[in-house]
Design a protein around this ligand. Structure first.
Ligand code: ZN
Length: 364
């Protein structure tokens, strides 16, 4: 019994001590491996994985893609009007000769050719969209921060688009202007198609989104008051969103309605010179004139002119130039049918877009 018992204890002790030593040894080895791994990673990235950025300025976009593809670089491209031929790289970041990690992004500005003025545009075919596409082609765009660097010329402008009304009217009241004792409904229900029964809020959202796309293609920053119908935003709140965005222009899209089914055509409302809107009166009127002219030209409906109004909450709360295009009458059978057609909505969006751009380019 004794002989059997003694070696067993020794054996147990031996195992315990042995195991402890081995753990320390494993741990040390593991730390060393991690250290070497990190060292190798840095060495690889700094010495072996970086490449010299080739000279792309002055080359064609196609050539640049070939050159950078071989080196494993990604490209982020933005297009701008310039005096250089269309498709030519006019600047690059980082510059040629600098080191960049494989897979890194080179930002390129590519020429869109000479800019045609909007009046040339109109005379060469009013129904055509602006020439070369201006959208950013993004290849392996990794960092959102790059967008900041890559603002094209037009992005100095902000346009706020308010597709009028909403799915459910809000009839509780709000002051018609700051400190006003007069109140109005927060958001009235709009018109409805006399035959189609399509509600105004649906049509103006569709047109608003089309206008947004056209402006964004041109590099203009767009703030949408709403992109769905199921919202609850009062008219005063809408104006305050435009103020906060410091919009160069606040465009409130509506369709008209009348008890007289023969009423038709397009008009634009703009603020009056009342106690709230005097500072934005001139610019709003100027914008209304530009947009009305382009809108009527683009969709060929009767011109009902521009009209100033002092009783509109969404104007009185606005501190930025504001217009409210009343695009045709949903109470008119012919215009109701047109407003429900995608092709007509495209013409409206083109007209709004051209008018807004003309206003912005005139020194907004
Ligand atoms: Zn309306």
């Amino acid at each position: 019994m004794k002989r059997d018992f003694a070696p067993k204890v020794k054996l147990r002790r031996g195992i315990v001590i042995y195991k402890r030593r081995r753990r320390w040894w494993y741990f040390g080895f593991f730390v060393l491996l991690v250290f070497l791994g990190i060292l190798a990673f840095y060495a690889y990235n700094n010495v072996f994985a970086s490449e010299t950025v080739p000279k792309l300025t002055g080359k064609s976009l196609e050539e640049s893609k070939d050159l950078t593809g071989q080196e494993g670089f990604g490209l982020k491209i933005s297009k701008e009007f310039s005096k250089y031929p269309e498709g030519m790289v006019i600047s690059q970041t980082p510059k040629s000769g600098e080191l960049l990690n494989r897979g890194g992004i080179i930002l390129l500005v590519v020429s869109r050719g000479t800019k045609r003025t909007l009046s040339e545009e109109v005379s060469t075919g009013a129904k055509n969209p602006l020439p070369a596409e201006s959208e950013k082609i993004e290849l392996e765009a990794k960092k959102e921060a790059d967008d900041e660097i890559f603002q094209t010329k037009a992005s100095k402008w902000v346009v706020c688009i308010d597709p009028g009304h909403q799915e459910h009217a809000n009839i509780s009241s709000e002051p018609v202007g700051p400190n006003s004792s007069i109140t109005k409904e927060k958001c009235k229900g709009g018109a409805t198609g006399i035959n189609s029964k399509t509600p105004e809020y649906k049509i103006v959202l569709q047109m608003g989104l089309k206008l947004r796309d056209l402006l964004e293609k041109e590099g203009v920053k767009v703030v949408m008051i709403r992109i769905t119908n199921d919202v609850d935003i009062s008219n005063a709140e809408r104006a305050q969103i435009a103020n906060k965005a410091k919009a160069n222009l606040f465009v409130r899209i509506h369709c008209n309605g009348s008890s007289n089914a023969s009423s038709n055509g397009i008009m634009i409302l703009y603020p009056s010179k009342n106690e709230w809107c005097a500072p934005i009166y001139n610019e709003s009127k100027r914008a209304a004139q530009f947009v009305q002219q382009e809108l009527v030209g683009a969709c060929g409906r009767p011109d009902k002119g521009i009209v100033s109004r002092g009783d509109i909450t969404g104007f009185n709360w606005s501190k930025v130039p504001v217009i409210l295009p009343e695009i045709c009458f949903l109470s008119n059978p012919e215009e109701d049918a047109l407003l429900n057609k995608e092709s007509f909505q495209n013409e409206v969006a083109q007209g709004l877009f051209k008018g807004v751009m003309k206003y912005l380019e005139s020194g907004a």
